[in-house]
Every structure is written in C-alpha cells, then in structure tokens.
Design a protein around this ligand. Structure first.
Ligand code: IMP
Ligand code: MG
Length: 193
C-alpha cells in the first residue's frame, strides 16, 4: 500500500450503505419531478455513479468542472460550464452534487452560476462535510496540504452523507495531487513521513 494512504475513515461498505439511504431520501424528495443533476467534476464521479443507480425515477445529468486557481480549498474557484447548459436548466429543479464540503466556496460559486440560468430551484448534496467550527480555520496548517481558509458563514448543503473529521482525505473520488481517486474507500492522507 502506498505510504501516503493513512487510516481508513469509511469503508466501501459503509459508504455504499449511506449512498443507498441518500438515494431513497432523494427519490422521496423528487417524487413526480425530473431533476437535473449537476455534478461537479472530477471528485464526485464515484459517488455520482453509485447514487444515480439507486434512483428509480427519471433524471438528467449535467457536468461542470470547478478548480481552485491556486490549488487550495476555499481559494478563488475557476468554473467551467458546458455550452447549452442554460437551456437544459431553465425552469427545472436542479440538484448540485459534490464530493466534499470544506469552506463551501466551490458549492457557493456553482450555485450562484446556476441561479443565473433561471432554474425552478437549486438544492445541494455533498457526500462528505468536514467537521469544523464555522468561520475558524484548522488549528495547525498541515505541511503538505493546501493552506486553510475559514468556512463561509451560513453555507449549508441540503443533504450531507457523512460529517467527517477535519483532515485531508483521499479515495472514493477524492485526490491528492491527482492520485487516489480510485480507492474504493475513504482514507486520511498520511503527512507524517
Ligand atoms: P471548498 O470549496 O473549500 O468547500 O472545497 C471543496 C473542494 O475542495 C472539493 O470539491 C474538493 O475538490 C476539494 N477538497 C476539499 N477538501 C479536500 C480533501 O480533504 N481531499 C481532497 N479534496 C478536497
Ligand atoms: Mg471538487
């Protein structure tokens, strides 16, 4: 096992069970409607693929890409939206899906951009949310992971899969320098080497 992979926080089975519950919650919430799921690339690909297979009703899938300009969570976010997204979102219920909620900057930016396209509503789902006090950065900045910024006050996803410790995590879609997205479970990145 690569030495950067630390303690397992959530096993593949634990994640699968929670994803099934979320699918059931969402199916109830969107019963009789046909939402447009807007997935934020690339971190949510594993989650998205598992989630939509639990969804019995009709839905549309759209993709946007978000990246921090400087590679740090909570920094300025660069957003790429496909041509023609406006016509597929206008007047429809939109569900934005992301892998992890840290400062909330990414989700806020995507929601603002989508609101401008005239959807019926925009709601949000994240699989992981870091447990940390609002408006206060983590105690000690980790050596090799991005600098920390405070959480946006008032930012709250509509659905959250798991609240997790305030650590840099990898696996189940989440990367460190492009690696480890393919791990089927969620682990802590080891920074003590
Ligand atoms: P936010 O904009 O600060 O909420 O950060 C959200 C984005 O930063 C996520 O969509 C991830 O791409 C990335 N991110 C935040 N924390 C982690 C982590 O612990 N591991 C991997 N990526 C992370
Ligand atoms: Mg992301």
């Amino acid at each position: 096992m690569p030495p950067e992979i630390g303690k397992t926080l959530l096993t593949a089975d634990q994640i699968a069970a929670r994803v099934r519950q979320l699918g059931a919650d969402l199916a109830r919430a969107y019963a009789g409607r046909e939402p447009v799921i807007v997935a934020i690339m690339k971190g949510c690909v594993l989650f998205l693929a598992d989630l939509v297979r639990t969804w019995p009703g009709p839905l549309d899938l759209e993709f946007v890409a978000a990246e921090s300009y400087d590679g740090t969570a909570g920094g300025a976010v660069r957003l790429a939206m496909p041509r023609g997204l406006a016509s597929r979102v206008a007047g429809r219920p939109v569900l934005v899906v992301d892998d992890i909620f840290d400062t909330g900057a990414t989700l806020a930016k995507v929601c603002r951009a989508l609101e401008a396209l005239g959807p019926a509503e925009v709601r949000t789902l994240v699989l992981f949310r870091k447990r940390r006090p609002r408006g206060r950065p983590r105690r000690a900045a980790a050596r090799r992971t991005p600098a920390r910024r405070p959480r946006r006050p008032g930012a709250r996803p509509d659905w959250v899969g798991f609240d997790i410790p305030d650590r840099f995590v990898i696996g189940y879609g989440l990367d460190y320098c492009g690696r480890y997205r393919n791990l089927p479970y969620l682990a802590v990145l080891r920074e003590d080497r």
